[in-house]
Design a protein around this ligand. Structure first.
Ligand SMILES: C[S@@+](CC[C@H](N)C(=O)[O-])C[C@H]1O[C@@H](n2cnc3c(N)ncnc32)[C@H](O)[C@@H]1O
Length: 387
């Protein structure tokens, strides 16, 4: 049974399907680290690239299933700017396009529960009706992963669509025992965190690395400052000094940092830290316009509500999100990448690639493979009985 996988990420959803015996024939994501992780663990090539730029003719024909855990940030209730205009909301249309062109027997998508209430339910109505127009009956299920052998409260929405003349109803069996955090990660309690694999008696533990930022205060800029303004300003002075960003990186001994100071882009542009600012001033000889704004710091409270939560030992964990996991019960660090992976039911031999934040993101974005396996099993049985 063949699968086309869109928005594959590190492969959480795909792993469950692979374990259930499906054959993934094509997968795609545009995140380099996720693609590396996917290739290493799913053991197959995955196309790195933006799906909006990939034509359907480059995607194999006749899949049985199309998987599409399309990005959820635009839909999440945690995101204040959620609206129908958010460009990411329409990435699901890419899923729609592929389904229309490839006509699989089953389509499975996953999203955050915020999508149900978005625009007073209009978004979900739009998705159902879009699928109907291309010949698919789409059903929506709200589930909490902790009821299905996942040691984590994770409320998500599943979309399962089948061709109009077929009927499919998801019927997951709830687990009899709820798994707790302690059940899941206690054996890692005393292991030191490390970027390198840890050899512990007869086992090797990978990715037991964690953020140690567990304070409720941080040093932030005292005055409001806009990255675009600083960027324009620095660019002007760099031109005057006739010096390349590469040369600046060489002087600092950085790889690409200077590039980010001269880039106007919300995701990757950055303002130099105070010590770099003074050093840069020595090189570019700029005036005092922004000295105060960039270099005067004060202690600020961390506001993000999840950032200081300490994990509960005797319950399922809170949702493993894409950023800043909860603080470990020992209070000296956050949950490690491996602990987050365990709480998301990734096996211990699933190894994540990329920086610490990238690994946290890949895991937080994933569908727990144990849940995915259960979905895959039901979908497999359904496919066996349709033509
Ligand atoms: C919610 S995650 C999917 C996680 C995956 N289903 C799993 O279980 O591991 C969404 C993924 O969509 C990818 N993505 C977002 N926009 C994309 C685009 N335009 N083209 C390709 N991939 C994209 C992101 O990099 C992210 O990995």
């Amino acid at each position: 049974m063949k699968i086309i996988s869109l928005f594959s990420g590190c492969g959480g959803l795909d792993l469950g399907f692979k374990k259930a015996g499906f054959n993934i024939v094509w997968a795609n994501d545009f995140d380099k680290d996720a693609v590396k992780t996917y290739q290493k663990n799913l053991g197959m090539e995955i196309v790195l690239g933006d799906i909006t730029k990939i034509s359907s003719s480059n995607i194999p024909d006749n899949p049985d299933v199309v998987l599409g855990g399309f990005p959820c940030q635009g839909f999440s209730v945690a995101n204040n700017k959620r609206s129908m205009e958010d460009k990411r909301n329409f990435l699901y249309k890419e899923l729609l396009r592929v389904v229309k062109d490839k006509k699989p027997k089953v389509v499975l998508g996953e999203n955050v529960k915020g999508i149900l209430s978005m625009n007073k339910g209009k978004v979900i109505d739009m998705i159902i009706s879009d699928f109907k127009d291309i010949g698919y009956k789409l059903k929506v299920y709200k589930i909490d992963a902790s009821e299905y052998d996942v040691p984590q409260k994770r409320e998500r929405v599943l979309f399962i669509a089948v061709k109009n003349n077929n009927e499919f109803t998801l019927n997951l069996k709830k687990s009899s025992k709820i798994k707790t955090v302690k059940d899941t990660i206690f054996d890692l309690y005393n292991l030191p965190i490390s970027y390198n694999p840890i050899i512990d008696n007869d086992r090797i533990i990978y990715n037991h690395i964690a953020s140690t930022n567990v304070h409720d205060k941080f040093w932030g800029r005292k005055y409001k400052v806009n990255q675009y303004d600083i960027c324009d300003y620095l660019k002007k002075w760099r031109k005057k000094a006739a010096i390349s960003t590469k040369k600046i990186d060489d002087i600092f001994g950085y790889k690409h940092t200077a590039g980010h100071w001269f880039r106007k882009d919300n995701n990757s542009g950055s303002i130099p830290k105070p010590s770099d600012w003074w050093k840069l001033k020595g090189i570019l000889k700029f005036d005092d316009t922004y000295d105060k704004h960039v270099t005067e710091l004060e202690e600020k409270e961390i506001k993000f509500e999840q950032s200081l939560r300490i994990t509960n030992w005797d319950t399922p964990s809170d949702t493993i999100t894409a950023t800043s996991p909860e603080i470990h019960i020992n209070k000296q660090r956050r949950l490690s990448v491996r602990e987050c992976a365990r709480l998301q039911t990734f096996p211990d031999d699933f190894i994540f690639k990329g920086s610490l934040n990238s690994m946290y993101r890949q895991i937080g974005n994933a569908v727990p493979p144990v849940l995915s396996f259960k979905l895959a099993t039901q979908i497999k049985d359904f496919i066996k009985n349709v033509n």
